[in-house]
Design a protein. Structure first.
Lengths: 646, 263
């Protein structure tokens, strides 16, 4: 549906319009007590108004910051809407953040009101409330466990809603008219791969121009369904579950809890689904692990039709010419395997699926496409209101992230990707310097990613520009490129490659407990837990095989053949965001890892066969402890170009 | 501090007076008296064979003592049928899991509402208006318990497929479904790993705090007992050797002797 986004140029205006044109249609759903509870657009708008009246009467007004912390819950989405209605700026935070991380953001953003989902979040905020003099109030959604809290700053959201229901709320109409397209819509903190998170300021115009365009391209209507399960603090969730839902009028479904996601996904059957590569990969790994337990006949049928889909599936999806016999075979496969499989994954109705954030293995990518799921890569940034490039229907190359998104200009400068678009953010909050570093005087934004544009105009991302280094031999070293190749193997969950200013390349490996665990079970390898499994000789052998494949692959690339992995080790613990080793979006923080595991890196380069290490870890409840282990280091065979010819 | 305040305010909900219980020549309980106060968590501890489970069976009315009596809310209780005890507002869980293994978690918890269901077979068969109404009321209550115990993801899974710790949680859920005033837990944390134990402790405390349920539990893990109980009673060879606040009991010489053995 095409709407006049020239007039409806802010979310409050769009929301008001939705309450009329989509009045009875579902805006948001939540599964509570086992039943899906729906709010129509009319109800959603009404509740948002009540909430904003409550905010106002508690002293929140234009320009004030409202932090939102919690899992995807309708009340939290209502809070975003309510803040925007009266010109306040929502600041969603990552719900897994520890108290200190929240402290930094609430303090830096000068937040006045915090909306917390439940006791867990309230506890974190109360822990640091003394250092946050600007926070006036904390409102919470789920009352459980909070009955006996005495803090005077605490207020339940339900009380706010009830309290406002008797008041006059017609004045909100005027407030809505006052919102302008260049007003701040939202402030999103980047996850901070390096240093402290930065607050990205996005205006209504940024978000509406870009995400509206995407709605047009994908033809979203008010009949579409999405499942909201990614962190609300992430720009993607805001785009898919707020911006695009408002613009197209489709329904956002909030799962009952994190554990029930797969069940809820099946019940809802979203038509539009977004997942980062790790979710797609985990889904595939789990599927393959479970298929191993099937009986032989079923396994044979599965394998047979998987080969059929591998050969023809993508071509059929891209509407290419396919022989009639293969089409029939694929159709049979659809009845026997692909259909039930998609149903099991909850992806039967998916019309558009996206992946972004990291590179995805071509095999995984093509697996889903061959099942008939229209999975596409996009390349985006918070600073660009997400879309920079997007793969187009019928022209999907798994090696690239597609051509520039309509309205976006792309260029490569010294190997780094730069872009310009109407979605470009206003700046970083209270960080003029960083803003200037990122946006140049002509409006080009540097992404910090190294990439190339191929002959078809498709962008290929290689690595973070600042991570690209050189080996002592002078050959280029792109760690992420190597790591991604490793991670395409289901048994490797995470990898960290080293080689900048060194003679050769080495790496740390994190095994995937589920995949390797299942392998161990099948091969009678006994183990007591992660540390034990990671240290097993047989597991080293298994990983060696995968690395050999990667090395052979790298040897074929002229530029990267000297990046073959010479030595590796398997880490005794999983890299964890709580220990500062990953960002909250699960990206490797190289600096922190080099610091923590300096001894191990030294050992990789001094011919040692084992290395003892003691690491401090932070448990989920914030307590600290030590784990230590003797880690084995293995040498790898590398391939020369002659061998490749043989 | 908390314990003391609670002690003063609490009313007596059940008192067991000078009870003797024996099986043939074996004296399981000898002249034991015990008071259970409203909204408190009382732990009964003791070495193996001390008579803890017998005590629980007397409270729940499965055993009738040969001597002595049991008063429930000030009234003497005679021999009584198990379903009448449930109607009084006493529910329990068992040392070994006693769930319907083939039924889902939801159905298992729903069985806990059995006594509260008022309906005719015919109405139920035809799903007539008020049977439907009843069904909705009970299902809602069960869903609240599922939410409370955070087992939404296994709602429809047959319990035999669930891990031990979750099965224990379902069992607790079934006991809660009867909306008891007095909840008896027979070794709720036995055989659990640390994480499962922590979860269970939190649920026991939450039940006590949110629903105001009085809880009597038998437990071997001293850390758990000292952490969550308001009062602790210690049995040894069928006799009560101590009864009081956890910190006092822990320091009691007789208790230390019973547990460590005296040379």
């Amino acid at each position: 549906m095409l709407r006049n986004l020239e007039i409806l140029d802010t979310f409050p205006k769009i929301l008001r319009d939705n309450s009329k044109i989509f009045a009875k249609k579902a805006a948001i759903r939540e599964k509570e007590f086992g039943i899906w509870q729906t709010l129509s657009w009319k109800e959603f708008y009404y509740n948002a108004q009540l909430l904003s009246a409550g905010f106002k009467s508690n002293g929140i007004g234009r320009g004030d910051k409202v932090a939102i912390i919690g899992d995807n819950r309708p009340k939290l989405y209502l809070s975003i809407a309510a803040a925007q209605l009266i010109g306040a700026v929502p600041v969603p935070c990552y719900q897994d953040s520890v108290a200190d991380e929240i402290l930094y953001i609430l303090d830096h953003a000068e937040v006045k009101l915090v909306i917390a989902e439940n006791q867990e979040q309230v506890d974190k905020i109360l822990e640091v409330i003394d250092r946050l003099p600007k926070v006036k109030l904390i409102m919470y959604d789920d009352q459980r466990g909070l009955e006996n809290y005495k803090n005077s700053k605490l207020l339940p959201l339900n009380k706010i809603l009830e309290g406002s229901s008797e008041k006059n709320i017609s004045w909100i109409d005027e407030e809505i008219d006052k919102t302008l397209k260049d007003d701040l819509a939202i402030m999103l903190y980047t996850s901070g791969t390096t240093g402290r998170p930065k607050g990205v300021l996005l205006t209504y115009n940024n978000l509406i121009s870009v995400t509206g365009k995407a709605c047009e391209i994908e033809n979203f209507t008010s009949d579409d369904e999405v499942v909201a399960y990614l962190p609300m603090a992430w720009v993607g969730d805001n785009t898919f579950c707020v911006c695009q839902s408002y613009i197209s009028g489709f329904c956002v479904n909030c799962p009952e809890s994190r554990d029930t996601l797969s069940i809820d996904l099946r019940e809802i059957g979203p038509t539009y689904y977004f997942a980062p590569p790790r979710v797609w990969e985990a889904m595939l790994t789990q599927l393959m692990v479970r298929m191993q337990d099937a009986d032989r006949v079923k396994l044979w049928i599965f394998n047979y039709f998987m080969n059929v889909s591998k050969k023809w599936g993508s071509l059929i999806l891209d509407k290419k010419q396919v022989p009639i016999w293969s089409r029939l075979l694929y159709g049979l496969g659809n009845i026997l395997v692909y259909g039930p499989l998609k149903n099991n994954l909850g992806l039967t109705r998916v019309r558009t699926a996206y992946t972004a954030g990291e590179a995805m293995g071509p095999d995984t990518f093509l697996f889903y496409r061959s099942l008939g799921i229209n999975l596409k890569s996009l390349y985006g940034q918070t600073e660009a209101s997400v879309f920079v490039t997007l793969q187009q229907d019928g022209d999907v190359d798994p090696e690239t992230v597609g051509p520039a998104f309509p309205g976006v200009e792309l260029k490569i400068l010294d190997g780094e990707v730069l872009y310009k678009s109407s979605g470009v953010f206003k700046g970083y909050y209270k960080n003029e310097e960083a803003t200037k570093e990122t946006i140049d005087s002509d409006g080009w934004v540097s992404t910090g990613d190294a990439g190339v544009i191929n002959s078809k105009g498709h962008l290929k991302i290689i690595d973070r520009a600042k991570d690209v280094g050189k080996l002592n031999s002078g050959a280029i070293f792109a760690p992420k490129y190597i790591e991604n190749k490793l991670k395409f193997h289901g048994i490797i969950k995470e990898a960290v490659a080293f080689g900048d200013n060194k003679d050769f390349v080495t790496c740390f490996i994190n095994i995937d407990l589920e995949a390797v665990g299942s392998w161990a079970e099948r091969n009678n390898v006994a183990y007591s837990g992660y540390i034990d499994l990671a240290a097993q000789e047989a597991v080293y052998k298994l990983i060696e095989k995968s690395i050999a494949v990667v090395n052979r692959d790298l040897s074929k690339d002229i530029d990267l053949s000297s990046s073959q992995i010479k030595r590796f080790l398997i880490l005794h613990k999983e890299l964890d965001a709580d220990d500062g080793e990953l960002t909250r979006t699960n990206k490797v923080r190289r600096g922190a890892i080099s610091e923590r595991y300096g001894e191990l890196i030294d050992a990789l380069y001094n011919n040692a066969q084992t290395c003892h290490i003691k690491t401090q870890v932070v448990f989920e409840d914030g307590k600290k402890g030590d784990i230590s282990a003797n880690i084995k280091i293995k040498d790898m065979k590398t391939f020369s170009s002659e061998e490749k010819a043989a | 501090m908390n314990n003391v305040v609670k002690n003063i305010k609490s009313n007596l909900i059940m008192s067991i007076n000078h009870v003797n219980l024996s099986f043939g020549g074996l004296k399981a309980l000898v002249d034991v008296s015990l008071n259970i106060y409203e909204k408190q968590i009382l732990a009964i501890i003791g070495p193996n064979g001390a008579g803890k489970s017998c005590m629980l069976n007397i409270i729940s009315g499965i055993y009738t003592p040969q001597e002595g009596n049991v008063e429930w809310k000030g009234e003497k209780r005679g021999k009584i049928a198990p379903h009448d005890i449930a109607k009084m507002g006493i529910a329990r869980t068992f040392q070994n899991i006693a769930l319907f293994r083939g039924m889902s978690a939801l159905d298992n918890i729903l069985t806990g509402r059995n006594l509260l269901m008022k309906r005719g077979l015919l109405a139920e068969v035809f799903y007539a208006g008020w049977a439907k109404e009843q069904e909705i009321i009970h299902r809602k209550k069960v869903e609240e318990i599922i939410d409370f115990l955070e087992i939404q993801s296994v709602r429809k899974t047959p319990v035999s497929r669930l891990p031990y710790g979750i099965q224990k949680r379902v069992e607790l859920g079934r006991a809660l479904a009867a909306e008891p005033e007095l909840l008896l837990l027979d070794e709720p944390m036995a055989g659990m790993n640390v994480e499962e134990k922590e979860d269970m402790c939190r649920f026991v405390l939450d039940v006590n705090e949110q629903f105001g349920t009085t809880i009597v539990l038998i437990e071997h893990d001293m850390g758990v007992v000292m952490d969550i109980s308001d009062r602790v009673a210690v049995l040894d060879y069928g006799r009560k050797i101590a009864d009081g606040l956890p910190k006092d009991v822990r320091a009691d010489k007789k208790v230390i002797d019973a547990y460590l053995g005296v040379g």
